[in-house]
Design a protein around this ligand. Structure first.
Ligand code: AMP
Ligand code: TRP
Length: 338
């Protein structure tokens, strides 16, 4: 990365579906320490949620829910800007300009679109296809340099780098945009479904038992861990012993992330033990860590007016950074001043 750019963290999450343990361990939890290291911007990407049909009232309510999860999970609105993407028009404006920089061939390689569209490509919205360009605009509107995300978003952040690089080259402004770095952190950067160790834990999985929602009560957490799929062998004593055992690997990664240790350290503790004993400890730990977040989310959600005020404040802070950058982009590409 070029030394001329000030470090700035940008990340976001869609307000669609059920926010879950993967979102917490793969994203939010890793954002918390960054707040004291560099300026941070955490967006609720509500325009991304429009790419697949969502009930308007549900979208509005979920935008608050994600903001509440950010705060309950440890994001401090005094240190970091928290706001809805639609509250800062610069995102949509830059997305259009960048969509004229990005190449169709680049978007055709995006694996998430292929997964989401399946065989139904022709029936998908144009927005779903262009989604990674809007994501690039989110980051680049702030000249974001560090993008902490779960493993599934790495390809999208790399695309944002390619778009930034092409913009800089095409317009002869070599250092205008930084090339943002994906930061994939911790032992749970890819939390898998509790029902199938080969599938990602996802907001949209029809089986609620596949994920721990951040809104689950303690009993549900315990039940879901009890029912989580495993294999018949005791836990291994080394990392190599996890090869070919995706469910064991996943549960161990979750334990490690929740207790801020490595998978190796977790194995030192649980190696040779049966799943039953391990699952009891995992369930207890999860209730201890997720319970307070759930309760704080509920408290924050009970005051919608206060959350809305916070989101508006966050949007004004974010806009003060993004608007001058996008004004400069308009000038660089030859759009008239306004
Ligand atoms: P999304 O729910 O797609 O808006 O994702 C929001 C953030 O959570 C992104 O940084 C994702 O990479 C991360 N994330 C989503 N699902 C998982 C998962 N199963 N494991 C780890 N991180 C995840
Ligand atoms: N596409 C991301 C996801 O589904 C969410 C997102 C949108 C994002 N814009 C972003 C993440 C910018 C990081 C930076 O998880």
């Amino acid at each position: 990365m070029s030394a001329t750019h000030k470090p700035l963290v940008f990340s976001g999450m869609q307000p669609t579906g059920n926010i879950h343990l993967g979102n917490y361990l793969g994203a939010i939890k890793n954002w918390i320490p960054m707040q004291r290291q560099m300026p941070c911007i955490f967006c609720v990407v509500d325009m991304h949620s429009l790419t697949i049909w969502v009930e308007p009232n549900e979208l509005r309510e979920n935008t608050r829910k994600i903001a509440a999860a950010y705060i309950a999970g440890g994001i401090d609105p005094k240190l970091s800007a928290i706001f809805p993407q639609s509250g800062v028009p610069a995102h949509a404006e830059l997305a259009w300009i960048l969509s004229c920089v990005a190449r169709i061939g680049w978007l055709n390689r995006m694996t998430q679109f292929k997964e989401k569209a399946g065989k139904n490509r022709e029936a998908m919205s144009v927005g779903l296809y262009a989604y990674p360009v809007l994501m690039a605009a989110d980051i680049l509107a702030y000249k974001g340099t560090h993008v902490p995300v779960g493993d599934d978003q790495k390809q999208h952040v790399e695309l944002a780098r390619d778009i930034a690089q092409k913009f800089n080259n095409d317009f002869g402004v070599p250092d205008f945009f930084p090339l943002p770095e994906p930061m994939i952190m911790g032992p749970a950067a890819r939390v898998m479904s509790l029902r199938d160790g080969q599938a990602k834990m996802s907001k949209s999985d029809p089986s609620d038992n596949s994920r721990i929602n951040l809104t689950d009560d303690n009993d549900m957490i315990v039940q879901k861990i009890k029912k989580a799929r495993t294999d018949p062998e005791p836990l291994p004593t080394s990392l190599e012993g996890l090869d070919g055992r995706p469910e064991a690997s996943n549960l161990l990664g979750i334990f490690a992330a929740l207790s801020d240790i490595t998978k190796e350290q977790a194995l030192m503790r649980f190696g040779n033990q049966q799943f039953l004993a391990f699952k009891n400890e995992l369930a207890e730990l999860m209730v201890e860590k997720i319970g307070p977040i759930r309760d704080e989310m509920a408290r924050l959600m009970s005051d919608a007016a206060e959350l809305d005020r916070l989101l508006r404040d966050g949007a004004r802070q974010a806009e003060a950074i993004a608007e001058p950058i996008v004004a400069e982009v308009r000038r660089i590409v030859g759009l008239v001043a306004r």
